[in-house]
Design a binder for this molecule. Structure first.
Ligand code: 6GU
Length: 235
């Protein structure tokens, strides 16, 4: 999978993608993330990528031309499955959408950083809009990092344990069961006996039961079905 991120403030993302699981995925050749500075496609002498809104009003609007030139250049190099605009107006990211997008080969994520972007970008260049929650962020960069992480960790081989992503909270519609590590007894705070038993069948059953019970307590809507999508809980 290859993800190209278009941003007017690419520095915000550089350190993020240089670390962690994403770095490992990139070293292993399983994923590539390229962060591009939209200003490099600006023809303005000050490298501006925003302008005043027609009709007046507060805030700047991201201009059409640099975005069009950037996307055209990238599309000349490979074909893209989606051009995704990161927007609070978009489809809410849930595990199901992450699963779907993680099977794509090439994606462009466009980050806005202004009051908005010229509507013609959405009409003619963007194939999909994605939001990470019902709150407004100052820019699409954090959302693009969230989406990239959610997708890349699902690629087989990215996580150490091949089954890790499948056993994630939400993949089976349940939240995660409690986890413990050494020491078994910390000043009287005990690890549940069953986890020390070495009995795999009993441990699996216990974990499933705990996950169910926690889901009932914390996220009962996941048990009603359809709770797997972000929007079922947030609207
Ligand atoms: Cl994708 N962008 C912005 N600016 N704010 C958001 C968002 C995206 N998702 C939730 N809030």
């Amino acid at each position: 999978m290859r993800i190209d991120i278009l941003s007017a403030v690419p520095r915000l993302l550089d350190s993020w993608f240089g670390e962690s699981i994403l770095q490992r995925a990139q070293t292993k050749g399983l994923a590539e993330v390229h962060v591009h500075d939209l200003r490099q496609w600006s023809t303005d002498k000050h490298r501006r990528v925003d302008d005043y809104p027609y009709g007046g009003g507060a805030g700047m609007v991201m201009t059409l031309e640099p975005v069009h030139r950037a996307i055209t250049e990238l599309k000349g190099q490979r074909s893209y499955d989606e051009v995704i605009y990161m927007s609070p107006d978009g489809e809410l990211l849930g595990q199901e959408l992450a699963n779907t997008l993680s099977t794509r080969t090439n994606l462009i994520l466009l980050c806005g950083h202004y009051k908005g972007i010229d509507e013609r970008i959405r009409q003619h260049l963007v194939t999909r809009e994605v939001s990470i929650g019902n709150y407004v962020l100052s820019g699409g960069e954090l959302a693009a990092a969230v989406v990239s992480d959610a997708l890349i960790r699902l690629i087989p081989g990215v996580l150490g344990d091949a089954t890790s992503a499948l056993s994630d909270s939400f993949q089976d519609g349940l939240v995660a069961p409690p986890a413990y590590t050494r020491p078994a007894d910390y000043q009287g705070w005990q690890v549940p006996e069953v986890l020390l038993s070495g009995h795999e069948g009993k441990i699996d059953a216990w974990r499933h039961e705990q996950a169910l019970e926690r889901t009932r307590q914390r996220r009962p809507e996941l048990l009603q079905g359809g709770g797997n999508e972000g929007d079922a809980t947030d609207r």
